[in-house]
Design a protein around this ligand. Structure first.
Ligand SMILES: Cc1cc2nc3c(=O)[nH]c(=O)nc-3n(C[C@H](O)[C@H](O)[C@H](O)COP(=O)(O)OP(=O)(O)OC[C@H]3O[C@@H](n4cnc5c(N)ncnc54)[C@H](O)[C@@H]3O)c2cc1C
Length: 448
């Protein structure tokens, strides 16, 4: 029976363990932290369920739901309260609701865009005119900003693309690759030119989708990783160690940890690309070099619990996004009670703020002070919170910058030189939880 080592115990590594165990193997999991789950972390404070990292996953990507079903947890899944889904964007210091019908930065209804104070008439005009654009079959790779600018102008970059993608990648649209991050839109552009026309044509062919845009676990996202670790008990061996190197050995691969070595026929490297680079340097320098080219940004979340009476009427809709051009500490804020049920008791309220890369090293007291001042300014809330919780995620968000697809293609080519070596994680084919699960599942399936 071939032996398997999985390095990294976030959702990617746990999913690799899950699918290996399902295939009848007993993998060894090497994770340096005591807690498994990586950036997935749920806390319970004053009766509130507080997500420290991801709070949900996209319903449209099936891999997460498939895994949840295998775990027998489908009855524990809840959807976002989409009937209350209004997200605002901060413009000149005011919360402006995003117009109805936007799919990411693409308007699918003209009326609401024309009536919205979010955009100038110049941008509205470009949005309307874009409908008449012809197909763009051979566009070279562009940044997200270049692509959006070519359709709707700079204002749509500043007030839509940047804040929307900041919530997912915590990154800069001038650096992110449209081919990697907005692949669906790039395909639409090739065929239709106009993004609006392409989206409407796609919708006409599909049955109307029912259900929520986002899903999550009733008990928080950590319910998923806790269920996985619980059901994997006895089916995996666990080393709480840092993997430092992978080398070829007579028996397949040698995995060196700080204190000891493991030998395996198959090694699944499921940690961030910079960590994978360090581990794989002794095996293949060029592969490590390419992995090192994938930058990561840090992210900080700050949850603030309030008495409901203190924020009554102030936390409406799902929350708000703050464009970088507005120069504030908060990048995004979710009003948790509105977005999901089972999170906040009736007498309490919870605001979950995302603070970008720049907040990574700012002391906690300063972050709380700055965020409270901005919340007061934007929502009028003057009350002190009943609790605060900061979670820092250093170098956690892979940035799919220009050349990403090509870089990944070259890494995958080099990977083929090493039968039994498998790379997965959020650097490769999507940063979201379903993408990470799918990547690990594919790695296990191709190894069987
Ligand atoms: C704040 C935040 C909010 C997010 N929100 C969402 C969301 O709402 N929905 C969504 O779908 N996605 C979201 N994401 C993205 C998604 O959560 C992550 O991309 C995904 O969870 C990454 O999983 P992973 O296992 O690949 O990596 P990680 O979770 O980073 O896990 C990697 C693990 O590898 C371990 N490790 C690293 N180096 C070594 C080594 N040398 N030896 C041993 N172990 C090592 C680390 O300790 C860690 O446990 C969010 C991410 C963040 C940070």
């Amino acid at each position: 029976m071939p032996s398997h080592v999985v390095i990294g115990g976030g959702i990617s590594g746990l999913a690799a363990c899950w699918y290996l165990a399902k295939a009848g193997h007993k993998p060894v999991l090497v994770e340096r932290e005591k807690r498994l789950g990586g950036v997935i972390r749920t806390d319970h404070l004053e009766g509130c369920l507080v997500e420290g990292g991801p709070d949900s996953f996209l319903a449209s990507k099936p891999a997460a739901m498939e895994l949840i079903r295998e775990l027998g947890l489908e009855n524990e899944v809840i959807g976002s309260n989409d009937h209350q889904r209004v997200t605002s964007i901060v413009r000149n210091g005011k919360l402006v609701p995003m117009p109805d019908g936007l799919m990411m930065m693409v308007p699918t209804k003209l009326g609401p865009v024309l009536r919205s104070p979010l955009f100038s008439w110049g941008t509205k005009f470009r949005m309307a005119l874009d409908y008449f654009k012809g197909p763009i079959p051979d566009a070279p790779e562009r940044s997200v900003a270049q692509m959006v600018r070519s359709h709707y102008g700079q204002e749509a970059v500043d007030y839509l693309a940047e804040p929307l993608l900041a919530g997912v990648y915590g990154g800069d649209p001038e650096l992110l690759s449209a081919d990697a991050v907005l692949a669906q839109f790039v395909e639409i552009e090739k065929k239709y030119g106009s993004l609006t026309k392409g989206i409407l044509a796609g919708r006409a062919k599909q049955p109307p989708s029912s259900g929520s845009l986002f899903r999550t676990m009733k008990g928080g996202m950590e319910q998923l990783t806790l269920a996985m670790t619980g059901q994997l008990a006895g089916k995996i061996d666990r080393f709480r160690e840092e993997a430092v190197a992978v080398r070829k050995s007579n028996f397949g691969y040698e995995v060196e940890m700080r204190g000891q070595k493991l030998y395996a026929d198959h090694v699944y490297v499921c940690c961030p690309a910079y960590a994978a680079a360090q581990i794989l340097e002794p095996l293949d320098g060029p592969m490590a070099g390419l992995l090192r080219e994938i930058p990561y940004n840090s992210s900080v979340t700050l949850a603030l619990g309030f008495e409901q009476a203190d924020v009554e009427g102030r936390f409406t809709g799902f929350g708000f996004l703050v464009p970088k051009v507005e120069r504030r500490r908060i990048a995004a804020c979710t009003f948790v009670k509105t977005k999901f049920d089972h999170r906040v008791p009736p007498a309490k309220a919870l605001a979950r703020c995302f603070l970008g890369h720049a907040a990574a090293d700012v002391p906690e007291a300063s972050l709380i002070r700055e965020v409270l001042a901005e919340l007061k300014d934007l929502t009028g809330v003057t009350a002190m919170p009943i609790f605060t919780k900061v979670n820092r995620w250093p170098q956690a968000m892979a940035q799919y910058t220009l050349g990403h697809k090509d870089r990944i293609g070259r890494i995958r080519e080099l990977e083929k030189k090493y039968p039994g070596l498998h790379l997965a994680g959020n650097a490769f084919d999507g940063i979201g939880i379903p993408d990470c699960i799918r990547g690990s599942k594919t790695a296990v399936e191709t190894s069987q």
